[in-house]
Design a protein around this ligand. Structure first.
Ligand code: WTA
Length: 668
């Protein structure tokens, strides 16, 4: 970054004016915001020179760099080697033994952190709970004993389908205590999605609750589990039910037990299992470009180290911080940055149940004021929604406790960045725009808040140990400002260790496009300062309000409907959600199309995948545009969905009249 370019923050008015016209600003954005001297002075990494020195060491001497960082974990047995790599299999901290729950809990019980808040929780109806490290430790040990009592053993898979309540974190940590592998499923997924996942990972036990609250409604979690397990053709032997909403639920004799009842049989003593550095820690399902969601597997030592390290360097978390990550625990962000990272570091992590606009549009700001939140991490889609709802919701609250802001999930447009900076952060808080993925386990490209001058819309530079390149189809690095594919050329501690049960797919999906390099599925470009601008997914994965959704998954849900002959799903730019889901559908002989069928198909997708996948629009046509070899021309469909004039080569199109039809088709 040349000094000349680093300007002072633009005054509010000028900034607002300048940021009008979104796509053009991304390419020409040149506002630079340096961290304040005050922030840098206190930060762990206080200058670009320091960042560069550390980064270089992490790349050239990973053994030394990560060996030093790993001293900050509590080991049951020291490792003998930092890393072993034979593509695509990585082993970190070979031979070491440790336990995640011990690192997140027990080690904080000596010294002042014992009585410090580990989790602060606010439920949607307004209940509040604080669990100190000591209390959380006790609850985790008790529940780990409940799992043992229900015959859960090391290596068994445990599915967790809970609302945003402390019990979700308790259940996760209890699994880690005994070496069971958890797989958390987001509450917005349907019974069918639960069933698919249960079967794929071979879960023996499901932990759920009667229901959960969202925007004043009760989500019928237990009923979804019942539907998923109907027929008894799954490996699930036991369902543990937490009482949250108090509504009536079916209890299946011989299978279902109540969480609170089970606790009556156990004590609070549960030694932490001795686990290998590479012991599987959790499986988290995420969407890919083909077929069913993939069970991304993470393992123990490397994952925990990266989660802790990024909380330390990227969020700069300290003993007196009140840190709030608004993500749901069902996503990787909730895993790494609500539970494991902050707790491993001994920080205070806030968790909330509900939605940003319930009971009113100021839920976030109210919580920040009430708990004096200092470090706040949320998604661009939420920021854009708040912008739309108006500044008055924010103005009602004192947000002066905030000192650092973060975003994740999708590219943040400069307007939203500026609003976040000026309105939420009072122009004084650094913003860390963190690029990463379920597969990467933790932050990969991100500013270091006391060091990196930021620019609205870029995730800036790689984190320690992350060797990023932007390449063309042949693997050659592209030039400045040219778009290419984002790859990572070296293994990093928290990288995925595989796709559950599918070694071949693991290699093919991530390591075969450029043999030996990890291909992320995102497009990016580098600017003159070397900053990385993420363009977004270049595969058939959509990013809808920060949630990943495979077009193939939605297509397969659509064609499972009896009226549908063929379907193609594409994303369309959406101001709020980043992308909206547009479905092009052809129907079977004799089926009448129209709004009723469009609504029915939307409902059908919700039922099959879950509310997270609800299509924005369903369009009918007599045929889909295909090449002569029968491939659906998605490029055309994307243009049609976005209402653009069809550009580019259509010479391979089988039937040109199809385009005109599709462009004319709407829901009505
Ligand atoms: C996108 C979420 C731009 C990206 C942690 C990636 C981002 C996908 C950013 C992973 C960001 C995430 N800027 N794009 N700061 N963060 N993405 O697995 O396309 O749910 O591939 O992990 O989200 O989504 P996932």
């Amino acid at each position: 970054m040349s000094k000349k370019k680093a300007a002072k923050p633009a005054p509010k008015k000028a900034a607002a004016k300048k940021s009008a016209g979104k796509s053009q600003t991304i390419m020409t954005e040149n506002r630079v915001f340096k961290p304040s001297a005050e922030f840098s002075k206190k930060a762990r990494v206080g200058s670009m020179a320091e960042y560069r020195r550390m980064y270089e060491e992490s790349i050239k001497h990973p053994d030394k760099f990560f060996g030093r960082e790993a001293k900050e974990l509590q080991w049951q047995k020291p490792y003998t080697k930092v890393m072993e790599w034979k593509c695509p299999n990585a082993k970190w901290f070979v031979g070491g033994k440790l336990n995640v729950s011990e690192n997140c809990l027990d080690r904080h019980l000596v010294g002042p952190n014992k009585t410090k808040a580990a989790l602060i929780w606010e439920g949607e109806p307004g209940e509040k709970r604080v669990l100190t490290y000591q209390q959380l430790h006790r609850e985790v040990c008790r529940f780990a004993n409940v799992l043992k009592r229900n015959k859960v053993k090391k290596g068994d898979r445990v599915m967790i389908y809970l609302p945003m309540i402390p019990e979700a974190a308790i259940a996760m940590l209890a699994c880690t205590r005994i070496g069971a592998i958890h797989s958390v499923v987001f509450g917005g997924f349907s019974a069918e999605s639960i069933k698919d996942r249960v079967l794929d990972c071979g879960a023996k036990i499901v932990i759920t609750s009667d229901g959960g609250y969202r925007r004043g409604a009760v989500v019928p979690l237990k009923k979804n589990v019942d539907d998923a397990l109907k027929g008894g053709d799954t490996p699930v032997e036991t369902v543990i039910v937490f009482r949250r909403t108090g509504q009536d639920v079916h209890i299946e004799e011989g299978r279902d037990v109540w969480w609170h009842r089970e606790l009556e049989y156990v004590d609070a003593h549960c030694p932490a299992a001795v686990l290998d550095s590479e012991a599987p820690l959790f499986i988290l399902y995420t969407s890919g470009s083909t077929g069913k969601p993939k069970g991304i597997l993470h393992s123990t030592a490397g994952y925990l180290l990266h989660a802790q390290m990024t909380c330390k360097y990227v969020f700069d978390l300290r003993d007196d911080d009140v840190y709030w990550c608004t993500a749901d625990v069902g996503w990787v962000t909730g895993h790494s940055y609500m539970v494991y990272g902050p707790l491993s570091l001994g920080a205070t992590s806030l968790m909330y149940e509900g939605a940003p606009n319930w009971p009113e549009n100021d839920r976030f700001w109210k919580i920040i004021e009430e708990y004096a939140v200092t470090v706040f991490y949320t998604a661009p889609t939420a920021i854009r929604a708040f912008m739309k709802w108006g500044d008055e919701w924010l103005k009602k609250h004192d947000l002066s406790s905030l000192r650092l802001l973060g975003t994740v999930g999708e590219p943040i447009n400069p307007e939203a960045w500026m609003w976040y900076h000026t309105q939420v952060g009072s122009s004084k808080c650094p913003i860390v725009d963190t690029w990463w993925q379920t597969e990467t386990g933790g932050h990969m490209i991100t500013p270091i808040p006391g060091a990196t001058p930021t620019k609205p819309g870029t995730a800036t530079l790689p984190f320690f140990g992350v060797d990023v390149a932007i390449v063309d189809d042949l693997g050659k690095e592209v030039g400045k400002d040219e778009q290419g594919k984002l790859v990572i050329r070296k293994p990093w501690p928290s990288m995925l260790r595989g796709i559950w049960g599918d070694k071949k797919r693991y290699h093919e999906t991530y390591w075969s496009e450029f043999e030996g390099w990890y291909f992320a599925g995102d497009g990016a470009r580098r600017d003159k300062d070397g900053y990385i601008w993420i363009i977004g997914r270049i595969d058939d994965v959509l990013n809808v309000a920060g949630h990943r959704l495979g077009t193939a998954e939605v297509e397969s849900a659509l064609v499972s409907h009896p009226s549908v002959a063929e379907a193609a799903v594409v994303g369309r730019p959406d101001e709020m959600k980043g992308q909206g889901v547009v479905c092009f559908v052809t129907v079977k002989e004799g089926i009448t199309t129209g709004r009723d069928l469009a609504d029915e198909l939307k409902k059908h997708v919700r039922k099959v995948i879950g509310p997270v996948a609800t299509p924005d629009e369903v369009r009918f046509a007599a045929a889909l545009p295909k090449t002569r070899s029968g491939k659906i021309m998605r490029r055309l469909l994307k243009q049609i969905a976005a209402g653009e004039v069809i550009k580019g080569d259509t010479t391979t199109l089988e039937d040109l009249s199809v385009i005109a039809q599709l462009a004319a088709s709407g829901e009505d």
